[in-house]
Each structure stands twice: as structure tokens, then as C-alpha cells.
Design a protein around this ligand. Structure first.
Ligand code: ATP
Length: 256
């Protein structure tokens, strides 16, 4: 199966301390992958690096699709909800990546946004201010926005954090429908039981790749123990390994 994203010996450091260390591998087109690992393992950094928000110190990310075909949902804590817009306008932002900022919003687009809201269980919420929503309701809005984006690659950072079981179940079904439509989904998750049930592929990180492949094999006791030990053994004051910082790169058409 062809790759959507290739990671080639990727090292990413913050102030010379690696958050990702010599990470190599590929996300296959149409795959549904959970990125798991202890706190501080580099999971969010990996998504940000794929999005070009964080630069590589060495190695590179090669993206095999256009930037506008990628949807990225950061952790909710990183999203400013004080902006005074309605739920409908927030969902309509899903068109920006595809149609451009100044394209007129047609009746048809509004109708599809309303359909997306209904699909995430928020019919009737269109005119509410986003600041008035609960965490779970807002996460549903963000999923509706992705529905409009029609992305080929969808990156989700802890999409079920602080979300109740019912909402998580509804959103998981949407993720599975994206997978059924052959979209590639990469989600950072912490609930191993949920990953075992619903995610065929897993990448277990502890700055380095501990294991990457079929979930059942990746999440074995031995690998989880190794990931914990590796995370505990990290010395925050150790110098960066001898990587060639001039070799940094991000190929393909993803945003930098
Ligand atoms: N902007 C930053 N500046 C400095 N260090 C950072 C920055 N962002 C992340 N780090 C550090 O990089 C390491 C990896 O962080 P990252 O957020 O990628 O981990 P994570 O696996 O997503 O963790 P968690 O499960 O706790 O969300 C951590 O040691 C973190 O403190």
C-alpha cells in the first residue's frame, strides 16, 4: 500500500532536547493509526512536525499529498474559543482550506454545514456562540468542520480528552466512517483498551519508535514496559545527539 506520510530518520528537539529521536516509518494511505506512549513521548510533537508547525533538526517528513488535503485537530487546550463566532460559522471554516478565505459562502455550503452539524448530533445549534458550548459539544463542532474539509489525511490530537463516553462513542463512529471512506487517520490517544478495539494500527513512541504496526503486536506487555522504562530514563539535560542540523527538511506540499 502506498504511503501518505514518510518519516525519514526524524529528530525534533526543543532547545536541543529531543522530543522525537531518529523516527522512521510510513503511514499507509487509508490506514487508521493510534499514536500512543507515555506523557512527553513526543506524540503531539509528531503531529505538529507533520503539519510543519515544528521544524525537524534532522531527517525529514515527506508528504505525498497536497497541504489542503490535510485536516489537523490540535488538543482543545490549544484552541482559543473566545472568538465571537457562531457554531455555523465555525463549521464553515472547514471550507477555507479548499475554497480559500474570500470565496463566497453559497446556500449549498450552508446546507452542507447544517447537515454536518446534524451528523455530529448538533442539529439546532447553528446560531449558538462557540464560547457557550460544553467541551464535548465543541469537539463535535470541530468534527463537523473536518467533515466539510473533505481531507485525505486527518490528524487528531487526543480527540477524546475530557469527553464523556457517549460523545466519544459518537466521534469514534465518525472516525471509523472516515476510515471506511479510505481516508488516512492518525490519532493521538491514551486509552489502550479503546485503541485495541478500534484502531488496527498503532505507533508506540517514547521519543524513539518502540513499535509500529498491527495494534495487537505493538501493545504487548513487553513493548509497553519498554516504553515506560525509556520515558523514565530520559535525561532532560543530556546533550542532543550528533545530528546534522543542516540536513533538516520537510518535503512535499504540507505547510511549513
Ligand atoms: N514548545 C515546547 N518547548 C519546549 N519543550 C517542549 C515544547 N513542546 C513540547 N516540549 C517537550 O517535548 C517533549 C514531548 O512533548 P509532547 O507534547 O510532544 O509529548 P506528548 O507525547 O504529546 O505528551 P502528552 O501525552 O503529555 O500530551 C516533552 O518533554 C515536552 O516537555
Amino acid at each position: 500500500m502506498s504511503a501518505v506520510i514518510s518519516l525519514e530518520n526524524l529528530t525534533v528537539a526543543y532547545r536541543r532536547h529531543p522530543a522525537l529521536h531518529h523516527v522512521s516509518g510510513e503511514f499507509a494511505r487509508g490506514s487508521l493509526t493510534a499514536v500512543v506512549g507515555p506523557n512527553g513521548a513526543g506524540k503531539s510533537t509528531l503531529l505538529k512536525t507533520i503539519m510543519g508547525q515544528v521544524r525537524c533538526n534532522s531527517g525529514r517528513v515527506v508528504t505525498h499529498l497536497a497541504a489542503e488535503r490535510i485536516a489537523y485537530l490540535p488538543q482543545q487546550a490549544e484552541i482559543d474559543r473566545s472568538f465571537p463566532i457562531s457554531v455555523l460559522d465555525c463549521v464553515l471554516l472547514g471550507y477555507w482550506a479548499r475554497a480559500g478565505l474570500f470565496r463566497r459562502i453559497s446556500r449549498d455550503m450552508v446546507q452542507r454545514a447544517e447537515e454536518a452539524l446534524a451528523a455530529v448530533g448538533l442539529g439546532g445549534f447553528a446560531q449558538r456562540a462557540i464560547s457557550s458550548l460544553s467541551v464535548g459539544q465543541f469537539q463535535r463542532v470541530l468534527f463537523a468542520r473536518i467533515l466539510l474539509q473533505d481531507a485525505e489525511l486527518i490528524l487528531l490530537d487526543e480527540p477524546f480528552n475530557a469527553i464523556d463516553t457517549r460523545t466519544a462513542g459518537d466521534l469514534l463512529r465518525i472516525i471509523q466512517s472516515w476510515h471506511a471512506e479510505q481516508r488516512t487517520v492518525i490519532a493521538v490517544l491514551h486509552d489502550y483498551d479503546q485503541v485495541r478495539k478500534a484502531f488496527p494500527q498503532s505507533l508506540l513512541l517514547a521519543r524513539n519508535v518502540v513499535a509500529w504496526g498491527e495494534t495487537e503486536g505493538v501493545l504487548c506487555h513487553e513493548n509497553l514496559h519498554r516504553a515506560r522504562s525509556m520515558a523514565e530514563a530520559v535525561d532532560e539535560h543530556a546533550p542532543l545527539c550528533a545530528v546534522d542540523v543542516h540536513d533538516a527538511g520537510h518535503e512535499g506540499s504540507a505547510p511549513r
